[in-house]
Design a protein around this ligand. Structure first.
Ligand SMILES: Cc1cc2nc3c(=O)[nH]c(=O)nc-3n(C[C@H](O)[C@H](O)[C@H](O)COP(=O)(O)OP(=O)(O)OC[C@H]3O[C@@H](n4cnc5c(N)ncnc54)[C@H](O)[C@@H]3O)c2cc1C
Length: 530
């Protein structure tokens, strides 16, 4: 055994580190990350974290805004709980040293789409980075926390991996690939917390980090846990279109400051705005409407991208308002003060995931989950901006508290078998992995994207069944590598998304299908049972 610990946390984002810090006073905790500790969606969050702090605002208003965004599919009890915990969560982050912006001695609050009040606490436009820095610094100096980067979790350890085989569904840790030691190790613990983030990389374009391949969702599913609402994928309308850089977000503020969406050269109507045809608010329509309109134009005209143009504004204004975007794009040969930006919508947030209760408990004893990997009931069919970091902090703490309170009842770790690689060989066809990876992401983009049809979903299902078989054979016969581990999860999660989308016969929130454009009278979660 390389690591034997009390609690194993998989993920070094906001959810994982919050859980670790809440347990460390009483328990030994190991936090693993598949790459560098800071390579998380948490560190990329720009806008901020929502909490009721303004005079005149109320918990009820935050609850209502969340329920409206979630198209009635949210669990009201969960929403009320999370919203009521938000001010305390902010206070704890401040205690940890997060330098939230303030004005005249009070926290500075911004307002984002869907919020009826100013309630977004932020650190300029790099809130996630500041929160991650503070959490990581506190975790690094805690004697009871061991931070282990470059450790890629493969599968959860259950009774069937014990020396004495059992059919118990309890989880006792996991097998992981150590990038440093280049071998698989068994990491055991009384409690395991999945905080592995979302599954954005199932799609060709995504703002999520490279490692967002839905590993936690796939691992929990294979271990017998229910997975819910996977059809609700949030797409951001404007991500840079570039063959190399596939995840650079162009903030909505560009449209807010007058940026116009136009058809690119080479088609009828090139250089004209198209948003006024879709919504009277044009470029300022809500995210999902803009994303759908761009998708429509791209598919209708067979385009690779559309243009987002802010070059009609004064160069000094553009430079002052969007210094980071300008610098980044200049490096790629695009001067946004003089020319338009090629953009596509991109996957941005995974609303569905592993089913958890208010304590972060999954269906498997000893297994907890927190953050974007979960379907907690908070987001429903669409996430309200800045509620996700909040969910990470609230559920990270809840899981920690439940583990501490029920320690004696948690499953005892049996003697575990070492990983057996005696029947496999090294692959001589690494190209298969790269090819299949690309195929899945492009297929999901084209067939299971923003606007869906049953025909396209069925086509996707046939293809994913075939790819799944190929990946399973490959996994059985060849030694694991980080890319193969991710590919196996990617194909699993893609299948869960397609099955969920096929089973929803309505359009609600982020799931929009031309075959069922109306909303059904009753709002129901899609729950897949292994
Ligand atoms: C560009 C961008 C901007 C955003 N802006 C906001 C915002 O302003 N406000 C807001 O509330 N939300 C925002 N979000 C969403 C929010 O950032 C995420 O939902 C949240 O940070 C997820 O945190 P997490 O702890 O669940 O996962 P993450 O922060 O993604 O961390 C996942 C961790 O799991 C590890 N991991 C994954 N798989 C494995 C494996 N197999 N083995 C070992 N480790 C593994 C990773 O290495 C990583 O450490 C934004 C997201 C993006 C991408």
């Amino acid at each position: 055994m390389s690591i034997k610990t009390d609690v194993l946390v998989v993920g070094s984002g906001a959810a994982g580190l919050t859980a670790a810090l809440n347990l460390a006073e009483t328990h030994k905790v190991a936090v693993i990350a598949k790459g560098a500790l800071g390579d998380t969606a948490s560190a990329r969050a720009q806008g901020g974290i929502a909490a009721v702090l303004e005079e005149g605002d109320s918990f009820e208003a935050h609850v209502e805004d969340t329920m409206i965004a979630g198209a009635g599919l949210n669990d009201r009890q969960v929403v009320e709980h999370v919203v009521s915990q938000a001010p305390r969560a902010i206070a704890r982050l401040i205690e940890l040293g997060v330098p939230f912006a303030s004005e005249n001695g009070a926290l500075h609050l911004t307002r984002e789409g869907g919020h009826s009040h100013r309630r977004i606490v932020h650190v300029a436009d790099a809130t996630g980075w500041a929160i991650s820095q503070a959490l990581e610094a506190a975790a690094a100096k805690h004697p009871n926390i061991t931070l282990v980067p470059d450790m890629v979790a493969i599968d959860l350890i259950t009774g069937r991996h014990a020396q004495e085989f059992s059919t118990s569904g309890a989880v006792h840790g996991l097998y992981a690939w150590s990038r440093k030691k280049k071998r698989v190790e068994a990491l055991t613990a009384r409690a395991t917390i999945l905080a592995t983030g979302g599954a954005g990389r199932t799609y060709l374009y995504s703002t999520a980090p490279r490692g967002a391949t839905g590993d936690g969702i796939a691992m929990a599913w294979r271990a017998g846990c229910r997975v819910s609402n996977m059809e609700f994928m949030q797409f951001h309308p404007t991500c840079l279109y570039n063959l190399e850089v596939k995840n650079f977000l162009i903030t909505e503020a560009v449209r807010g400051e007058g940026g116009q969406l136009k058809l690119p050269p080479g088609v009828k109507g090139a250089g004209t705005r198209f948003m006024p045809r879709f919504d009277k608010r044009a470029e300022l329509a809500p995210r999902d409407i803009v994303a759908r309109a761009i998708d429509h134009e791209i598919k209708r005209l067979g385009l690779d991208y559309v243009h987002l143009d802010i070059s009609h504004r004064e160069p000094e204004f553009v430079k002052a308002h969007f210094p980071n975007i300008r610098d980044k794009l200049l490096g790629l040969g695009i001067d946004i003060t003089r020319e338009p930006i090629p953009v596509v919508p991109a996957q941005h947030y995974t609303c569905g995931g592993v089913v958890v209760d208010l304590d972060g408990c999954t269906d498997a004893p000893g297994l907890y989950a927190a953050g974007e990997v979960t379907q907690s009931g908070l987001h429903g069919a669409n996430r309200l901006a800045s509620n996700s970091l909040l969910e990470c902090v609230v559920f990270g703490e809840a899981a920690a508290q439940h583990i501490a309170a029920s320690w004696d009842a948690l499953p005892v770790v049996p003697s575990i078998r070492a990983w057996d690689e005696s029947r496999v060989t090294d692959s001589d066809e690494e190209v298969v992995i790269a090819q299949t990876w690309g195929e899945i992401r492009r297929m999901m983009w084209n067939y299971v994207g923003i606007v869906r049809t049953t025909k396209r979903l069925e086509r996707a299902k046939r293809r994913i069944d075939m790819l799944r078989q190929e990946v399973t054979d490959y996994y059985r016969n060849f030694r694991v590598t980080p890319d193969l581990i991710e590919l196996r999860n990617l194909v699993e999660v893609a299948d869960l998304i397609i099955r969920s989308a096929l089973s929803r016969h309505e359009s609600r929130g982020l799931h929009y299908t031309l075959d069922y454009p109306e909303k059904l009278a009753e709002a129901r979660d899609t729950v897949l049972v292994p």
